[in-house]
Design a protein around this ligand. Structure first.
Ligand SMILES: Nc1ncnc2c1ncn2[C@@H]1O[C@H](COP(=O)(O)OP(=O)(O)OP(=O)(O)O)[C@@H](O)[C@H]1O
Length: 338
């Protein structure tokens, strides 16, 4: 659906050049929610703005729905852009227009008839839950309501793709979750392809199918969110995930208390239905090893449950090896930590 080929974007001239994106390749499938995460200055905004050519790449190609946008003249580009909606961190609504008029705006631009506009805007108001607010002005709305208007406006021209530029960064956690739920709902309902950029792992974990980690203008890691989240390889990815649950001091203390001769510390990951099975208790009973839990998490990645336990196995070294092998045979991921 979207393909970025060797995309480079530099700002400035001569000795003042900043390369925001450096020969970046990326592909997003139809109907998926694809997240791009990175620290400040990594190139996220530049990347998302290059997809609809709000920002012209210095070199490389942008393909959307089989069309090379970088090769089009202004008129053809305008037509193709209608397939790409966008929402923004600070909503970018017209402050002097009502909710209704903000949503109608893109339809008026393409000379849609008054009756079609009315039908479409009312449908969209219902979709985003703002039926009772159509005559209000942006200043009379909460942040979450403003973003709902932004979403409705972006959907007015029935796009194939929705770009979300830090769409929840200005919202509190509860409102963030309600907006993420709405994005998930419209993704399913319209098979809409969504690309979002964020610096919050929580956003990726809640709704994305796949994720790319961007660092210094390049993708350093990408894949299914379950893979990247549970088995991060790059230090930047690890930083984001650790930021979600930083209890490294507690963990260090527990590791220091570990007797290296008769114990071993393991990180055990359960995914999907395995999360709720009593695999660990059966294994320790059958092998006779004891265990202490040093850390534990149970949560979901989109709709997949997962659990992660750091445990210290204690006992006869051969029994510990058998216990570890049994966990692996039953489909758990096991990583030796010390
Ligand atoms: N218009 C511009 N002129 C010059 N340099 C720019 C411009 N826009 C971005 N940059 C530079 O390009 C790099 C990438 O910026 P970008 O805004 O894409 O990163 P980001 O990951 O979105 O950061 P943030 O999360 O802080 O918004 C940075 O070094 C930034 O200073």
């Amino acid at each position: 659906m979207i393909e970025l080929r060797r995309l480079t974007k530099s700002y400035g001239k001569g000795t003042q050049i900043t390369t925001a994106l450096n020969e970046l390749d990326l592909s997003v499938e139809k109907g998926e929610i694809f997240g791009v995460i990175g620290h400040s200055g990594a190139g996220k905004s530049t990347l998302i703005r290059c997809i609809n050519l709000l920002e012209r790449p210095t070199s490389g190609e942008v393909w959307v729905d089989g069309v090379n946008l970088t090769s089009l003249n202004t008129k053809s580009l305008q037509a193709e852009r209608r397939k790409i909606g966008m929402i923004f961190q600070h909503f970018n609504l017209l402050s002097s227009a009502t909710v209704y008029d903000n949503i109608a705006f893109p339809l008026r631009l393409i000379h849609t008839s008054k009756s079609s506009i009315e039908k479409k805007v009312n449908e969209l108001l219902a979709l985003v839950g703002l039926q009772d607010h159509s005559d209000k002005y942006p200043a009379q709305l909460s942040g979450g309501q403003k973003q709902r208007v932004g979403i409705a406006r972006a959907l007015a021209s029935e796009p194939e793709v929705l770009l979300c530029d830090e769409a929840t960064s200005a919202l509190d956690p509860q409102t963030t979750d309600s907006i993420l739920k709405l994005l998930l709902d419209i993704n399913k309902r319209f098979n809409l392809t969504i690309v979002l950029i964020t610096h919050e792992m929580h956003v990726i974990q809640s709704i994305c199918d796949r994720v790319a980690v961007i660092h210094q203008g390049g993708i350093v890691e990408q894949g299914a969110v379950t893979d990247v989240f549970l088995k991060p390889r790059h230090t930047v990815t690890r930083d984001f995930i650790r930021g979600e649950s930083d209890n490294s001091e507690l963990f260090k203390q527990a590791m220091n208390a570990t007797d290296p001769l008769n114990s071993q510390v393991l990180k055990i990951t359960y995914l999907g239905g395995k999360t709720y099975e009593s695999i660990l208790s059966k294994t320790v009973r059958e092998t006779g090893v004891d265990f202490a839990i040093l850390q534990g998490t149970i949560s979901t990645i989109k709709d997949t449950p997962y659990g992660q336990l750091v445990v210290r196995f204690e006992g006869n070294p051969e029994d510990i090896v058998v216990a570890k092998d049994r966990l692996i045979k039953q489909g758990l991921e096991v990583e030796v930590m010390g």
